[in-house]
Design a protein around this ligand. Structure first.
Ligand code: COA
Length: 107
């Protein structure tokens, strides 16, 4: 919980979907608000999936007035099909990852 609170405090932009008081969808963005933004943790409650909520979360991020100047949005996903429908491409950029737990023996 402490880590989640710290993460949210230092996140530039969050979007939530609610059913009454129940949180059913979430997405967040780290960005400089001009050149680059990364989208993280897009997730919809299993019971609410397949109703367009995930699409709405990503669409609202891409077109939100606070983010409308951002030139490039990045994300990492194991589900490229969902994002390809929304116009994302994996052909233009090559992502690389440095994972602290996997590299700890090098430190
Ligand atoms: C991926 C996820 C966010 C999609 O949310 P959702 O609310 O179910 O998505 P939508 O209802 O907006 O789906 C829109 C369309 O994408 C399709 N879709 C959903 N997941 C897909 C996938 N993995 N690959 C291809 N298409 C997918 C749906 O079939 C639907 O198509 P349709 O409009 O032709 O029927 C949701 O399934 C989820 O939370 N998954 C677990 C967490 C996760 O994997 N997040 C990915 C971020 S890294």
């Amino acid at each position: 919980m402490e880590d989640a609170v710290r993460m949210l405090q230092h996140t530039d932009f969050t979007i939530c979907a609610w059913d009454g008081e129940r949180l059913i969808g979430f997405g967040r963005v780290l960005t400089d608000f001009v050149y680059r933004a990364t989208i993280w943790d897009v997730i919809v409650d299993r019971a609410y999936q397949g109703r367009g909520i995930g699409t709405e979360i990503v669409t609202r991020i891409l077109h939100h007035p606070q983010l409308e100047r951002v030139e490039l949005f990045w994300l990492c996903t194991r589900r490229p099909g969902f994002y390809e429908r929304l116009g994302f491409s994996s052909k233009e950029q090559t992502g690389m990852v440095w994972n602290r737990s996997k590299n700890s023996r090098l430190e």
